[in-house]
Write a protein that binds this ligand. Structure first.
Ligand code: ADP
Length: 494
């Protein structure tokens, strides 16, 4: 019997399908981008049929690319852009509106109004671990029901279904037989009580969403349904599902309390496993479901940085100091050490733990001998200092990060990872397979399919490419970080 795993990674700008061999190595990958739609300022939409078509064609392509047939695929895992919201007709499968993407801010005014009610804000934080914000699905569903003609009436009659992207794909792949999600995706809707692991009645009332629209919530490794045989020529079970950042936590095998992963793409998402304790943040970090296996929830604290690789893009496209992101490494190596230059990339304000939307970026500490190298190095270092800020926020919330695993485009930069380790005063590990979200989906599906015996087997599958160890003394580290804190203070507005 074949033991290959097909992982589908449905992201914000592209859909990818990857085939993993039973030892966790990548056999083949297919990827397709799709269009982004910005119908009004602050609105971001995807066409559901494009999401669906790119998923189907990459699934079909990757099987061919790997030189396999559907007979060789034992199981399917799905990971997806989180919070993005779809509503469709239960009978026809026709979406009533385009997918409203997580970045979409159209419900800002509604959220501001609701944010006046401090008891509701407290309740949302307590029940869901989230902040009352347009980012999450709840106000997006509410918007669709209020703004699409006839939608609320049809929803109340039980004719419409809601789903995040995982749910929409499962529903489509199973030919409308299965309306399901997993606990990680549910935990990002702002409708799910993370303690009781159920849809929250009070919040459904607040956002005026009929319970009949909601999918059933399963563990991350579970039976989500079999795909129709017209997709690959055979019915194959979908057995693993998790939202992208949580899938990366699993793909990085962060199964012990205190293990964290940080993904350095355009922005950066850091997630820390806090074990069976849902730590409620006082620093506006998010409390979320890390993963749920065999009915047991492992919680996580999540913090994000707006500008990680985006700072490098700005050095490239804005300042034109480099032609390619990878050039930043050689330049940074040439920078004078301890040059006192700090770049604070508050282009759109400061996130955790400062929460200062009006602050703007700055480069401080310039002298006559500051050159391109020092400025590029300071840009790269800012990502490391911000990670340290997140780590400190997590610590002040009562968590104890013990190790950090990294991935994403910027994690390829050895100089950045070395400096990250210096600033954190801790080892930083980078895996051989950096497609960690897809690995996570494959791990979850393989666990349910019996390809992997247990979480311990997954831990053994995770292979380290490099470990970066701190070279700075504690005093040197403190001086460097102190300089960052002072630079941030100089630009704060609140
Ligand atoms: P996303 O998934 O958000 O598109 P990726 O994980 O593909 O992001 O990473 C791309 C980001 O990483 C870009 O912002 C780019 O500037 C940055 N990046 C890529 N390679 C390097 C490098 N060698 N050094 C520094 N930054 C890099």
């Amino acid at each position: 019997m074949s033991q290959h795993i097909l992982a589908i990674d449905q992201g914000t700008t592209s859909s990818r399908s990857i085939i993993f061999a039973p030892d966790g190595s990548v056999l083949a990958m297919a990827q397709q981008e799709f269009s982004q739609h910005y119908p009004q300022d602050g609105w971001v939409e995807h066409k559901p049929e494009e999401i669906w078509n790119t998923v189907v064609s990459t699934m079909q392509d990757v099987v061919k690319e790997a030189g396999l047939s559907a007979e060789d695929i034992a199981t399917i895992g799905i990971t997806n852009q989180r919070e993005t919201t779809l509503v469709w007709d239960k009978q026809t499968g026709e979406p009533v509106y385009p997918a409203i993407v997580w970045q979409d801010r159209r419900t800002s005014a509604y959220c501001r109004e609701l944010n006046e009610d401090s008891s509701l804000v407290d309740y949302i934080s307590e029940a869901t671990g989230l902040l009352l914000d347009p980012y999450f699905s709840a106000t997006k569903v509410n918007w669709i029901l209020d703004n699409v003609e006839g939608a609320r009436e049809r929803a109340e009659k039980g004719e419409l279904l809601f789903g995040t992207v995982d749910t929409f794909l499962i529903w489509k792949m199973t030919g409308g037989k299965s309306h399901k999600t997993d606990a990680t995706n549910a935990s990002r809707t702002m409708l799910f009580n993370i303690h009781e692991q159920q849809w929250d009645e009070r919040l459904l009332k607040t956002f005026n969403i009929p319970a009949a629209m909601l999918p059933e919530v399963l563990d991350c490794s579970a039976e989500f349904g079999d795909i129709n045989d017209d997709l690959l020529g055979k019915r194959i079970p979908i057995q693993g599902v998790a939202g992208d950042q949580q899938a990366a936590l699993v793909g990085q095998a962060c199964f012990e309390e205190g293990m964290a992963k940080s993904t350095y793409g355009t922005g950066c998402f850091m997630i820390l496993n806090t074990g069976d304790k849902p730590l409620m943040s006082k620093n506006r970090l998010l409390t979320t479901v890390g993963y749920r296996l065999n009915g047991k929830v492992t919680y996580a604290l999540e913090g994000s940085i707006f500008m990680a690789g985006a700072t490098v893009q700005w050095l490239r496209d804005g300042l034109k100091l480099i032609d390619d992101a990878s050039e930043s490494e050689a330049l940074a190596k040439r920078a004078r050490e301890n040059n006192g230059v700090y770049l604070v990339p508050a282009f759109t304000g400061l996130g955790a733990p400062y929460w200062d939307p009006d602050a703007r970026g700055a480069i401080l500490g310039l002298t006559r001998d500051t050159g391109i190298s020092e400025i590029v190095a300071a840009g790269l270092q800012s990502v490391c200092y911000q990670t340290k800020d997140l780590q400190k926020a997590m610590e002040s919330d009562g968590a104890r990060p013990v190790s950090l695993r990294v991935d994403g485009g910027m994690a390829k930069n050895d100089w950045v990872m070395g400096f990250l380790s210096d600033v954190l005063g801790a080892d930083v590990s980078r895996p051989t397979v950096t497609e960690t979200t897809a690995v996570g989906a494959a791990f979850l599906a393989g666990l349910q399919a019996g390809i992997f015996a247990s979480v311990d087997t997954l831990t053994q599958c995770w292979q380290c490419d490099s470990v970066f160890t701190p070279r700075l003394t504690k005093e040197q580290r403190d001086v460097a970080y102190d300089g960052w804190k002072k630079a941030v203070e100089r630009i704060r507005c609140s």
